[in-house]
Design a protein around this ligand. Structure first.
Ligand code: GTP
Ligand code: MG
Length: 349
């Protein structure tokens, strides 16, 4: 163990010094959930909490990677009155056989950014670590945050629960749509409109764009009539959301803008960059930044706690004992509640 601690300390120091090779190595450790990775993350945690975390999600092929690439380019060369930010990119690939080629594709598209020391790109397959995908993504993001990347873009493919988990991780969630049959329905199904801080209709060069924009506008309207409720849903699990008042006493709530982009040509990317900056300003001004930050930490703790408890419990219970109790259930001699008590404490209540 001491040997691991030593290695982790060297790794931590190198990362704080900006060593890219060390960072790449740490990210691999985090993905594989090794002791060295965990130790380094423990040491690095106090250096985190600086970065603006931006989630980019949406259905497959809507242009998320192209948009992320353009956004990174924009943040590296922003408008005259802003200074360039260091950008980290995490692309979460669900590693299904259908998207097997996606990582290679992403790398090719991200070539514009290659060689820029202010950019760090990492693709991650959704291998299971303790606490699952969200947990290892959180680890990667923490490492990039500690390494001094000020903006971290996290790309996930729209698949339901994953978006919600990523939204909990991000300060700003961008939902990317593209014109086409059925995408509106998909958006409702996944409930991703609920988590959107910014809506992007990409592929604005294609026909049908107006229909998509209208459909999104229509969907946003009724939801925002009962705005405080929406704000709570967006935070998911947070009960005591503070709603700040304007001087007129009105609720000052963020209205998710609907932006049009042509990611392949960089059209609309500057506006998207500006919307991201305004959302950050909004979060800071209203105190939502801290609320989201704390909600995220709580969610991370809860996920990890559950996973760790189950893991530790599994270490203690023999398969034989588990089978025995399953049989009791099926014979109806043990009730499900009694089964749980037996498995946890060894005696039924
Ligand atoms: N016409 C048009 N094509 C685009 C636009 N943006 C992206 N594309 C193309 O759409 C395809 C998919 O783009 P990606 O950026 O890989 O989309 P993605 O959402 O990251 O895809 P997955 O990660 O596989 O879900 C590529 O062939 C892009 O060149 C756009 O604005 N207009
Ligand atoms: Mg992609």
């Amino acid at each position: 163990v001491l040997q691991y601690l030593d290695a982790a300390m060297t790794l931590t120091a190198s990362i704080l010094e900006g060593d890219r090779l060390a960072l790449a190595r740490l990210l691999t450790h985090i993905e594989n959930d090794t002791l060295e990775g965990r130790t380094a993350l423990n040491d690095l945690f106090r250096f985190t909490g600086q970065a603006h975390l931006i989630g980019v999600t949406g259905a497959p092929g809507t242009g998320k990677s192209t948009l992320v690439n353009q956004l990174a380019l924009y943040f590296r060369n922003p408008a005259a009155n802003r200074k360039p930010a260091r950008v980290g990119i995490v692309a979460v690939d669900p590693s299904s056989p259908f998207t097997g080629g996606a990582i290679l594709g992403d790398r090719v598209r991200m070539r514009d950014l290659a060689g820029d020391p202010g950019v760090f790109i990492r693709s991650m397959a959704s291998r299971g670590s303790l606490g699952g995908l969200a947990s290892s993504t959180a680890g990667l993001v923490q490492a990039l945050d500690a390494a001094g990347f000020e903006l971290i873009l996290i790309e996930t493919v729209g698949a339901g629960q994953a978006e919600v988990d990523i939204a909990r991780l991000a300060h700003t969630t961008i939902v990317v749509e593209a014109p086409g049959l059925g995408d509106e329905i998909q958006a409702i199904k996944a409930g991703i409109l609920e988590i959107a801080d910014i809506l992007v209709v990409n592929k604005a060069d294609r026909s049908g764009i107006e229909n998509t924009v209208r459909a999104l506008q229509a969907m946003l309207q009724p939801a925002y009539r009962s705005s405080s409720k929406v704000n709570q849903t967006k935070l998911g699990h947070h009960q005591d959301v503070q709603i700040n008042k304007t001087p007129q006493g009105e609720d000052e709530l963020w209205q998710p803008p609907i932006l049009r982009t042509v990611a392949t040509d960089g059209i609309g990317v500057q506006e998207l960059g500006a919307a991201i900056a305004s959302h950050r300003q909004y979060l800071k001004q209203t105190g939502d930044w801290i609320i989201r930050e704390n909600a995220r930490l709580k969610s991370e703790l809860d996920t990890l706690l559950q996973a760790t408890l189950v893991y530790r419990w599994r270490q203690r219970v023999s398969m034989q004992q588990y089978q025995y109790i399953l049989e009791g259930l099926s014979k109806r001699t043990i009730s499900p509640h009694q089964a749980v008590e037996l498995l946890l404490d060894g005696n039924p209540s």
